[in-house]
Design a binder for this molecule. Structure first.
Ligand SMILES: N[C@@H](CCC(=O)N[C@@H](CS)C(=O)NCC(=O)O)C(=O)O
Length: 216
């Protein structure tokens, strides 16, 4: 029997972060497509696992976890090495800040752009809102570009958990057919990510089924 299960549709950005890390760690698991056009998030069986009715949910034996970043930290602590998520409090906090920054600053701007442009039918788009989200994204990716000027990965000289949440936005950001600033360091980081088989398989997934789809 499979010990580990990931619940969540593969075209969900928050699910992709977890699927990517599971693949990086080579962890076998059962993947259950649920949410979005698959439905099922209101089922009592699912709500027992996550009362918020959202994906991803990870089950590892008796442990049931929701919130993508809590899941990432759990997987790194339980199955990853100190290279992925340092054990010492200082170096660990230097990685953690990128997870928190991605969730509170980058993701809201990126989600506004992705929903406002990609997931809204053209006739219903609010141009001013899309422009505002685009400018916020440009500024935040510009910040990442400056941070990456002197190091290949967000937290230093090798891939860590810090790269996962922000890095997971890059594929969709590059697929949005709007002007983007030229950011050489960011592009080089994206190329490094794209060379990782786990990123390629779990994050670089076209999602035409979400185009103009405002329902989850
Ligand atoms: N903060 C949560 C957000 C979870 C969330 O909003 N997930 C979305 C998918 S990205 C969801 O479940 N939407 C309903 C659906 O897919 O039907 C996390 O990081 O896990």
């Amino acid at each position: 029997m499979t010990r580990m299960r990931l619940w969540g549709r593969r075209n969900s950005f928050n699910v992709q972060k977890v699927a990517w890390l599971l693949a990086e760690l080579g962890l076998e698991h059962e993947h259950i497509e649920i949410g979005g056009s698959f439905g099922g998030l209101d089922d009592p069986e699912f709500l027992r696992r996550n009362p918020h009715g959202r994906v991803p949910v990870l089950e590892d034996g008796e442990l049931v976890l929701w919130e993508s970043h809590a899941i990432l930290r759990y997987l790194a602590a339980r199955y990853g090495s100190a290279a992925l998520w340092p054990a010492a409090p200082g170096p660990r906090a230097l990685v953690d800040r990128w997870l928190d920054w991605a969730q509170t600053s980058l993701q809201p701007a990126f989600m506004d752009l992705f929903w406002g442009w990609y997931r809204t039918p053209e006739a219903a788009r609010d141009g001013a809102r899309v422009d505002a989200a685009r400018h916020r994204c440009d500024a935040l990716y510009g910040l990442l570009d400056r941070e990456l000027a002197n190091r290949p990965w967000l937290a230093g000289d090798h891939f860590t958990l810090a790269d996962v949440p922000a890095g997971a936005t890059l594929y969709r950001w590059h697929r949005i057919d709007l002007p983007r600033p030229a950011l050489g360091n960011l592009s080089a980081w994206y190329e490094r990510l794209a060379e990782r088989p786990a990123y390629h398989a779990q994050v670089m997934r076209p999602c035409p089924e979400l185009w103009g789809r405002q329902d989850y």
